[in-house]
Design a protein around this ligand. Sequence first.
Ligand code: MET
Ligand SMILES: [Zn+2]
Length: 340
Amino acid sequence: MGLGRVETSTFMSDFLEKCGGYAVLDGGFATELERHGADLNDPLWSAKCLISSPHLVRRVHLDYLDAGANIIITASYQATIQGFEAKGLSREEGEVLLRRSVEIAREAREIYYDRCTKDSWDFVEAGNISRRPILIAASVGSYGAYLADGSEYSGKYGDSVTLETLKDFHRSRVQILASAGADLIAFETTPNKLEAQAYAELLEEEGINIPAWFTFTSNDGINAASGDSILECASIADSCKQVVAVGINCTPPRYIHSLISHIRKVSSKPIVIYPNSGETYDAVNKKWVKSSGVNDEDFVSYLDKWREAGASLFGGCCRTTPNTIRAISRALFDKSNTDT
Ligand code: MET
Ligand SMILES: [Zn+2]
């Protein structure tokens, strides 16, 4: 374990350096599957496609790689052994599907690299072919995501849900994903500090040997979705050795700047942000309501402020698309060209 820990301490800074100081994540995954016609009105949400249309999962990963992503996040957000069992699958079949989510993302990366080599898109540096660094992040959605009632945006799990409940709920999926060949685990859409504590303890107790990031949701720019202070949530992530980045996902762009500033007060770890499009999710009707959504140009216009505030990994969450990611990638790339 000693060696793993040492590597973890420099994992993200090394990666960011290879990427040129900043890294680009992918964009909304489930909502992109929907844009391609998938019907995700199901408790498994995007994980339904692991069963019904793995080719579409691979295609969306590839679209994000084509758009410039350095990190793609697997389709396991709402994939759980419990959820698969509720569909009548066996435990073993559920495990196979979880591993498959990582394999499909790895296949997409291989296909992308092969295509780049063939088309000579890679650039040659001092005689060596240098490939764009690409990591596979295994998604772990929060307990609220599994409940499929929108409680990842309220964080109210009720008094009966304890630290041990959450650890037991997440344990097997984390173990399976960690051994499936992913580069890191993305604990996403975390609405409260109890769940962050559960993740931190699980990583430690299970001796998980790949790094992780924790990202939280917020409805006000100050607190996590549950009302827990973002300072407390980020501090839990900061204290966990395996955590290589901390940040925010699936939160409207207008709240991100203030949240980055808060996180920076309690952590010097790299900050990862992937906001949604700013539209709101109606959990009852399972629909996104176009209220205060932003277009790709507006989304990108926030980037400089987010960088100044201290973030270094940027992507998009629900309802953002490969076009959003292409715009982010261009904005960062053009900027770094003019900076040097
Ligand atoms: C509700 S947040 C969903 C996050 C997940 N990675 C996705 O883009 O589908
Ligand atoms: Zn989202």
